[in-house]
Ligand binder design. Structure first.
Ligand SMILES: Cc1cc2nc3c(=O)[nH]c(=O)nc-3n(C[C@H](O)[C@H](O)[C@H](O)COP(=O)(O)OP(=O)(O)OC[C@H]3O[C@@H](n4cnc5c(N)ncnc54)[C@H](O)[C@@H]3O)c2cc1C
Length: 498
């Protein structure tokens, strides 16, 4: 696009030309904006919605603590009134023996056993209501000098001779308003637009994951019993065949519950109500059913399809992708928000260097690091999903790590735990060792399946107890249009955010 097309005459005062434009005000956008404003840059952040707005992704990782300290929000978060998270538990049901009640194998990673140098002085994370958490971060960015404009939707990144030079955006007072269009010129554009992946779509860089094709249904519930004492804030994951369920205890007795399933488990989900899918799956598991019996839905149960994707390129002349705009793997490790913070921290360093040196060379290192980060997380997630095909394989993994993972003297597992809690760019050799272990377990499960014809899941399924909601759907009850989110389209994005 030539310079004449960047018509600035009608632009808003003070935003016609800035150092950096950030697209999106989620954790990635607000933190990269804060880091850059702290270094004295003139930063404009454009956010499509008006905060507070709904967002999924409530379970945070302790490895974000050092970044929160650098951002200046660690203290604020400590007094923020959200649930303290000291550990994470993974469970796999065991078949009941005769009169015995059904049991489960489990592993519970406690954050205090992770090497101290990896985690910093606060050895805990939080389970947060994202609308409140994201708003805290956005207002913090404003306090640090970032100019934030809400209800401002960026429609296009503008290029001159292959270099990003500005953005076209529109401001809408309300849904009915057609909006006024503005152009802002900038020395650098950061795309932090989350799953919308504005720039990756514009440049046709976005690719689906070739191995994992997951979908999720999730909602908030009251009346779900939780663990006692220090474990009461833990996230609990229950593995099922090719899928898993999360229980995240939030404040005021609220629990976030979600089901994530790999292909082909979710193939018929688009024809069903999200709430019916969630309830039927949970009630068919002997361990989860009693937990969920008196659960009452709060708000809407939502669905999102095609979870994993990545961008072929994450940086170019004058532009960069951070957080979900660059890649998203899976909720399995609760890694998304931590990825948003760590990519933002790295991005801010690289952008600062670019602007000071007037060269885009430093972007190369960011791109290489971002790619490695994605490869390591997605390589691990893919292997865990493969294990879930065979109950004994995932059960053995959970039982062994549960038995040995929390010992201070277990040098190896402590490092693997630290990796799983967010040190995704470290412990490479240890990670390769873990991948070999996961591959061996998968082969063992597969061999057993070939010889005995069972996956091991057959023996623990109980008959699904129909719920009020599922009876309605089964009887052909109408599925409200807004209860379904289908594929990654503009519409699914709207439902995800609200
Ligand atoms: C089912 C599911 C469960 C998850 N669970 C977890 C979890 O437990 N823990 C965890 O850490 N992560 C989880 N995640 C991932 C987590 O939600 C994301 O990784 C995280 O929100 C990424 O932050 P972000 O700032 O990159 O993007 P977002 O938080 O999505 O922020 C992007 C912002 O950009 C705005 N925007 C979009 N397009 C435009 C535009 N054109 N113009 C202006 N603004 C725009 C949006 O309105 C939004 O506010 C989960 C994800 C899914 C799908």
């Amino acid at each position: 696009m030539n310079p004449e097309q960047l018509d600035l005459r009608d632009a808003m005062e003070g935003v016609d030309e800035v150092d950096v434009v950030i697209v999106g005000g989620g954790p990635a956008g607000s933190s990269v904006a804060t880091f850059l404003a702290d270094r004295g840059y003139d930063v404009l952040l454009l956010e499509r919605t008006s905060f507070p707005r709904f967002h999924v992704g409530e379970s945070l990782l302790p490895m974000s603590q050092p970044i929160w300290e650098q951002l200046g929000v660690a203290e604020k978060l400590q007094h923020f009134g959200q649930t303290f998270k000291y550990g994470a538990e993974w469970r796999v049901a065991r078949p009941a023996q005769d009169s015995e009640a059904p049991g489960y194998d489990k592993t519970c990673i406690r954050f205090h056993v992770v090497p101290r140098q990896s985690i910093g002085r606060r050895m805990y994370a939080y389970q947060v209501v994202r609308s409140e958490f994201d708003e805290l971060l956005l207002r913090h960015a404003e306090e640090r000098g970032v100019k934030v404009i809400e209800k401002a939707s960026v429609t296009e990144v503008l290029f001159e001779d292959g270099t990003a030079r500005g953005v076209r955006w529109s401001l809408r007072a309300n849904e009915a308003d057609a909006g006024s269009t503005f152009l802002t010129r900038a020395r650098f554009i950061v795309d932090a637009s989350g799953r919308s992946s504005l720039l990756a779509r514009q440049l046709k860089l976005r690719l689906p994951d070739p191995h994992v094709r997951t979908a999720a249904v999730f909602g908030h519930f009251q009346g779900i019993d939780r663990e006692r004492g220090i474990d009461s804030g833990n996230i609990i994951l229950h593995f099922l065949e090719g899928s898993w369920v999360w229980f995240i205890p939030l404040r005021s007795g609220l629990t976030s519950v979600g089901l994530v399933a790999n292909d082909p488990i979710h193939r018929e989900w688009r024809q069903r109500r999200p709430e019916e899918i969630l309830r039927t799956t949970i009630m068919s598991d002997p361990i989860m059913a009693p937990l969920f019996e008196s659960a009452k839905t709060e708000g809407q149960v939502r669905a999102i399809f095609d979870l994993p994707y990545h961008s072929r390129k994450v940086a170019g002349d004058g532009w960069m992708l951070v957080g979900d705009a660059g890649f998203f793997v899976d909720p399995l490790f609760s890694s998304g928000v931590h990825v948003a913070f760590s990519t933002s921290q790295r991005a801010a360093n690289a952008i600062d260097e670019c602007l000071r040196k007037r060269s885009f060379q430093p972007l190369k290192h960011y791109a290489q690091w971002n790619r490695r980060y994605w490869q390591r997380v997605s390589g691990t997630v893919r292997r865990v999903y493969r294990l879930t095909r065979y109950r004994q394989a995932i059960s053995f993994f959970v039982a062994v790590t549960g038995r040995y993972g929390n010992h201070w003297d277990n040098f190896y597992l402590r490092r693997i735990n630290a990796w799983g809690l967010g040190a995704f760019d470290r412990f490479r050799l240890w990670l390769i060792g873990a991948w070999v272990f996961l591959d061996v377990l998968y082969l063992f499960g597969r061999l057993r399946h070939l010889l005995q014809g069972e996956t091991g899941w057959e023996s623990i399924r109980t008959k699904a107890a129909p719920t009020d909601q599922s009876q309605g759907a089964a009887a052909g009850g109408a599925v409200p249009e807004d209860a379904l989110i289908t594929s990654i389209t503009a519409r699914s994005e709207i439902d995800l955010q609200r």
